[in-house]
Design a binder for this molecule. Structure first.
Ligand code: SIN
Length: 459
């Protein structure tokens, strides 16, 4: 049988081979998840919360092992992988508490002889499709609210990084989550998308990934009217205004840009800097970027690991060449960016950028920081909003009027004002426009796993 080969992106060596899950087995898993749903939804919220807490505890006990798995299959530097495990656990801890707060309402009746109540009920079996860039956090941010709500869930991890999911789910079962309340399949995105969207026992589909795939899944979901959550692509702008603290803006821009080698949906894609501070900002940015250490993420001093694969590298190089051809100036020449070969790419700052370049219009998913200048705030807001994406945006200003004006006028779901890392389990994460819909995290993040049922009692 055809096997899935999982490769270490730092060495391109195969680290594991897995069997694909046969379609019949996927269907049985869905049937079993449905049967288990009927009992899991009856398990009281406090018990569900305790099991989730135990899962979080076990993940912490296996923190180092899990972090190494993330680094081996995803290339992420070990220190970031450890951070991802903590981030992943924070969703479980958060939703263990939220499980106990799924309140209904009592509604005053419009007649004397009726009483009206509402209740929050779990939607049913969830199909989850997750990406390779956060193989732990993107999965717990779906599993935790689903289980807390009383749903059961089947996960389809990215084919590049399934090992983290397998270990996390093994620990969930060890913690007491019933075997079929959370399960995984090994399948291509295409097959899983088709099976999940067609199957009538899957009530909800939750997807994190690219906008083109998200659009296909939305179309495919129409026939079975799935409840769907879509966390799709981004093209995050960073605006550094003339009154910003430049050193702080540089430090936070680096955090927003180079996390996971620039491979996140919320990564700073386009950097707009006010003309008056452009030169100083670029000088300071280049000085810091040159200090970032590129290499195999298993080494403790590495800041930037490999990109996920050669296709990812080629896309980034294409954007760099396009920028060069249109007058962009690189902080290091293209050959020196590729000095380590393979999937490694040194981070680079591109100055003298204009808005026609690919790097300002296409999601990069790589370590390039393109900087373009502006003079008028309204012009830069217009540029920032001139995209079909609306996931994350960042800006730096110490003037509260400018800050509020930007907040009110930027069409983005996640906004960081003097903050390059606004994500967290306690906040609603999600995009506007073609960046998707539904929120993950915060009290909003459990809502997509719940239906409101209403009862009218005649007395
Ligand atoms: C993503 O890549 O969309 C996830 C980033 C985050 O949770 O901060």
């Amino acid at each position: 049988m055809n096997k899935l080969e999982i490769k270490n992106p730092a060495t391109n060596k195969v680290i594991e081979k897995l069997n694909f899950t046969e379609e019949n087995d996927i269907n049985s898993k869905i049937d079993n998840a449905y049967k288990t749903f009927l009992s899991w939804r009856e398990t009281d919220a406090h018990t569900r919360a305790s099991i989730l807490k135990e899962w979080s505890y076990l993940i912490n006990e296996h923190r180092e092992e899990l972090a190494k798995i993330i680094t081996l299959e995803g290339g992420k530097p070990l220190k970031e992988s450890r951070g991802e495990i903590d981030y992943a656990r924070s969703y479980i801890d958060w939703y263990a508490e939220e499980a106990k707060r799924l309140y209904g309402r009592t509604i005053p009746s419009n007649t004397e002889n009726k009483r009206i109540i509402t209740q929050k009920s779990p939607v049913g079996v969830v199909g989850a499709i997750t990406p390779w860039n956060f193989p732990a956090a993107m999965i717990t941010r779906k599993i935790a609210p689903a289980l807390a709500a009383g749903c059961t869930i089947i996960c389809k991890p990215a084919v590049a990084t399934p090992l983290t999911t397998i270990k996390l789910i093994e620990l969930a079962h060890k913690a007491g989550v019933p075997q079929n309340a959370v399960d995984y399949i090994i399948a291509s995105g295409k097959d899983a998308g088709r099976i999940f969207t067609e199957h009538r026992k899957i009530a909800k589909l939750t997807f994190t990934g690219s906008t083109p795939i998200g659009k296909k899944l939305i179309k495919q979901s129409a026939d079975t009217v799935k409840n769907i959550t879509m966390e799709l692509g981004g093209l995050a702008p960073v605006i550094v205004h003339k009154d910003a603290d430049i050193d702080f803006a540089v430090e936070q821009t680096i955090a927003a840009k180079f996390r996971n080698a620039g491979q996140t949906c919320v990564c700073a894609n386009r950097i707009y800097v006010h003309k008056e501070i452009e030169e100083l900002f670029i000088e300071k940015l280049i000085a810091k970027v040159n200090k970032l250490n590129v290499g195999n993420g298993e080494n403790s001093d590495v800041d930037i690991g490999p990109l996920i694969d050669q296709e990812g590298v080629n896309k980034v190089i294409d954007q760099i060449k396009d920028a060069q051809n249109h007058g962009g100036i690189l902080s290091s020449d293209l050959n020196s960016l590729q000095y380590l070969g393979g999937n490694f790419l040194k981070p680079v700052v591109i100055s003298n950028v204009n808005n026609d370049m690919k790097v300002m219009n296409e999601e990069t998913f790589g370590p390039i920081a393109p900087v373009m200048s502006y003079t008028k705030l309204d012009d830069v807001i217009k540029l920032a909003n001139d995209t079909e994406f609306g996931l994350a945006a960042y800006y730096f200003t110490n003037n509260y009027q400018t800050g509020l004006y930007l907040y009110e006028n930027l069409d983005y779901g996640v906004i960081g004002w003097n903050d390059g890392l606004p994500s967290g389990a306690h906040v609603p994460f999600g995009g506007l426009k073609e960046s998707g819909y539904g929120r993950e995290g915060g009290k909003e993040g459990i809502e997509p796993y719940l239906e409101t049922k209403y009862l009218s009692v005649g007395i």
